[in-house]
Design a protein around this ligand. Sequence first.
Ligand SMILES: CC(C)(COP(=O)(O)OP(=O)(O)OC[C@H]1O[C@@H](n2cnc3c(N)ncnc32)[C@H](O)[C@@H]1OP(=O)(O)O)[C@@H](O)C(=O)NCCC(=O)NCCS
Length: 297
Amino acid sequence: MITPYESHHRAAVTDLLTRSLLEEDAVESAELVALLSGSAGFVATDGDAPDAEVVGVALASTGRKDPAVGHLDLLAVDPAFRRQGIARQLLGAVEDLLRSRGLSAVRVAGNPPTHAWPGVDVRYTPALCALGALGYAHDRTAWNMTAELVEGSPALRETRTAQERLARSHVVVRAATADDLPELRPMILAEWGPAWAAEVERAVGGAGGCHVALREGQPVAFAAWGGCRPSWFGPMGTLPAAAGLGIGGILLRRCLRDQAERGITRAQIGWVGPVPFYSGAAGAIVERVFFLFHKAL
Ligand SMILES: CC(C)(COP(=O)(O)OP(=O)(O)OC[C@H]1O[C@@H](n2cnc3c(N)ncnc32)[C@H](O)[C@@H]1OP(=O)(O)O)[C@@H](O)C(=O)NCCC(=O)NCCS
């Protein structure tokens, strides 16, 4: 049975994701469900009893950058219930919901600042097949980079020497707190837009962490982690006027050090971005590859 997703389904959906997703996503099931708490959609249950098991979920949201399109934020069916047409029904219901909002298309692509993935990891191959069968076209491709967070790895190289060099140029690097937001927020908004500002606010607000570089007391660069998912790094940005000083690499490694201290052994640098920079600054490799899809409604 297909019914609207409601907040009381969250625990059951968390369990469903834990048994349906790749290991690296499954371990963050609770965070993914919390992250997508503003999305709407449907669950599939095994029967219509009040305590029937949740065996499928599809969640969507209206585009934050382009409010004329919808985004599919999550789709999962219990491995024991696959190839029974459940994803087909869930997607049909989600498409009807988005049509009822007057939207003209649906994208299977991250809807910043609240996205669990940039698109569909290609290792979810049944999903690539299902989306193709259900009329979705693959358009763009995105990728993450993985940084190994083990002692001795380039990602955890010390930053002190480089920070001392920066200090001689009057640039101070430190962890950001909520007290930095009044100055950080307008800089990020003006240079990179509201999605990044929202992710940084969540990171500073306790979901993760953020490091800033200040010149004469004014922020000139930032890097954040955990704003969407604990193991994911980003966003980061350096104002053009402060580019070329090596600030980005320091802020990146300070964030990765935080993540290592949280017990994360492999950080995901999400939806990159300048591959040579992350390769050089943290020894990161391109690993997760995502296909993005769209369908006219
Ligand atoms: C992708 C997923 C949701 C599909 O759920 P499902 O309920 O098994 O899908 P359906 O039974 O509705 O399949 C619809 C169509 O998709 C295609 N399809 C689905 N799984 C397929 C597979 N393993 N191989 C080839 N085609 C497949 C078929 O055309 C199918 O129609 P058919 O059975 O009449 O041939 C499920 O495999 C899943 O949860 N995977 C892990 C999570 C995931 O990948 N989520 C998407 C990431 S955004």
